[in-house]
Design a binder for this molecule. Structure first.
Ligand code: GDG
Length: 475
């Protein structure tokens, strides 16, 4: 069997103990690597005054973890700069927050080159290489320059934006051209795939080959949609763990948690936290009877807090939550509990299970794993209701959620009222459908599909389809 080399910006090896507090990408990769005796390569999370290129190798749960430190300037220009101030906001449709700074682009290219040079000696002829996310788009180009001819795939965890947004980047062509050095390029949804194809056809005159691949810049790549999932079995196990049960029991015993609505998100402006709070405020305003009964528990661990836009959203949320609690709290009741810290995964599972509804309201999101984790944590006897933004990739699959537009406080408020009043039969029916999807399209299916495509299995790309909006009409 060929070895799998996974490359991502940060490397968070699985400890298997359930206490990791990490983002969606790391959760997915940890699960994906579990079955391969592969290598996981990326940044150590540490910086040094000068780049040394020194590899740190460790063996963790059957996976070889290889990391490299970054130079302080690289960290600022590549990570805080091009990745988090340019590509992240732009790809989440926030042109207003996008920094178009030339030094960031230079730092981005330099780090990709350094990563490629550091990884190069570890690559053996039969290895397949799977590069992840927007930090590392140029990796394949740099590896090819060093003579690597192995199969290399790329998966984008965040949305690929509309053509008109991509062209606001001063150097959009070399960025897209870099993707054509991969054998396979994967997106979360059909929508992202179509947006990418739109750019390729309309901006650079690319075309589809007879076998459905994309040709542009004198190169051919295979682009497809590979919706990511969670490790559903592992989540079901965690949900029944003693710690998850303890959290659940503690909450179930307290009347204040009886009608709890939950939100769990990295504190990021793409997650629609302000909009969610405005929707909740609207709900409290419109439903006087619910005021002493319904509470929102929002877990929002800080993220990228060196970046100004993240400091801004944080202080706006502080203000908004203060205002809502100030207006609607009673001596013995606070409508919003807001926690800027992370919890263990098993504790999260207990919280999810205790919540009557989850509010997942991103303004843009590649997929959103919290939506899937919430569903996986529910008890089949008395499942809660998922309220999900139409702008999350997950909404393409999770059609039995209450789908809302997060820009409308009224829609959020109405969905909350509907969720909290929903009878058991309907909750069960919706949950069973959602759970079926979460279980079938889990992280193993995602990994296997992508790896099969990367190995050149032609049946995979055709099989990867989303639930259609309407039943197909046959004539
Ligand atoms: C990117 C894309 C895509 C959150 N708080 C805690 C905690 N988390 C975990 C959640 C979940 C993960 O972080 C968040 O995943 P998401 O998918 O919701 O979002 P991103 O971090 O933005 O992930 C996203 C994903 O990549 C995968 O492709 O779905 O669209 O943006 O697993 O549970 N985990 C713990 N404590 C916390 O307090 N332990």
């Amino acid at each position: 069997m060929s070895r799998l080399i996974v490359v991502s910006n940060r490397v968070n090896p699985p400890s298997g103990k359930g206490e990791e507090s990490v983002g969606g990408l790391a959760m997915a990769l940890a699960a994906a690597l579990r079955e391969y005796s592969g290598i996981w390569f990326g940044w150590s999370g540490k910086t040094t005054p000068e780049f040394t290129g020194q590899l740190n190798m460790q063996r963790v749960e059957g996976v070889t973890v290889a990391t490299v430190d970054l130079e302080e300037g690289d960290y600022q220009e590549y990570y805080n700069g091009y990745a988090n101030k340019t590509l992240w906001p732009l790809f989440h449709y926030r042109v207003d927050l996008t920094a178009y700074d030339r030094s960031f682009g230079e730092g981005y290219d330099r780090v990709n080159k350094r990563f490629a040079e550091t990884l190069r000696p570890l690559i053996e002829p039969d290895d397949i290489i799977w590069v992840h996310d927007y930090h590392l788009i140029p990796m394949a180009r740099e590896l090819r320059r060093l003579g690597v001819t192995n199969r290399i795939g790329f998966f984008l965890h965040i949305p690929w934006p509309a053509h008109q947004l991509v062209v606001t980047l001063p150097r959009h062509r070399p960025l897209v051209e870099a993707l054509f050095h991969y054998d396979v390029v994967g997106f979360q949804t059909e929508e992202s795939l179509q947006a990418f194809e739109g750019y390729v056809f309309n901006e650079v005159g690319g075309e589809k080959t007879e076998d459905g691949r994309l040709r542009a810049f004198g190169q051919i790549t295979e682009a497809g949609a590979f919706p990511i999932g969670i490790d559903a079995d592992d989540f079901a196990r965690i949900t029944k763990s003693p710690r998850a049960m303890r959290v659940y029991d503690r909450m179930a015993a307290h009347s204040v948690f009886r009608k709890m609505v939950v939100g769990v998100d990295r504190l990021d402006y793409s997650k629609g936290l302000e909009e969610r709070l405005l929707g909740f405020e609207r709900f409290l305003h419109d439903h006087e009877d619910a005021r002493r009964e319904v509470m929102l528990l929002q877990i929002a661990p800080l993220s990228r807090d060196e970046v100004e836009a993240y400091q801004d959203i944080r202080s706006r949320l502080d203000g908004l939550i203060g205002r809502i609690n100030g207006a609607y709290a009673e001596m013995d009741f606070t409508p919003i509990r807001y926690l800027n810290r992370s919890y263990r995964r098993d504790e999260l599972a207990g919280v999810y299970r205790a919540a009557k509804a989850a509010l997942v309201t991103p303004l843009r999101d590649g997929m959103n794993l919290v939506a899937k984790e919430y569903v996986a944590s529910q008890n089949s006897e008395d499942p809660g209701v998922l309220i999900l933004s139409r702008f999350a990739g997950a909404a393409r699959q999770m059609k039995e959620a209450l789908i809302i537009n997060p820009n409308s406080p009224e829609e959020i408020s109405d969905a909350l009222a509907q969720a909290l009043a929903m009878d058991e039969t309907e909750r069960k029916r919706r949950w069973e459908d959602l759970m079926d999807n979460v279980t079938r399209q889990d992280v193993t299916a995602w990994r296997d599909d992508f790896v099969a495509a990367l190995k050149g299995d032609p049946t995979v790309m055709a099989a990867n389809t989303e639930t259609p909006d309407e039943p197909a009409v046959t004539t």
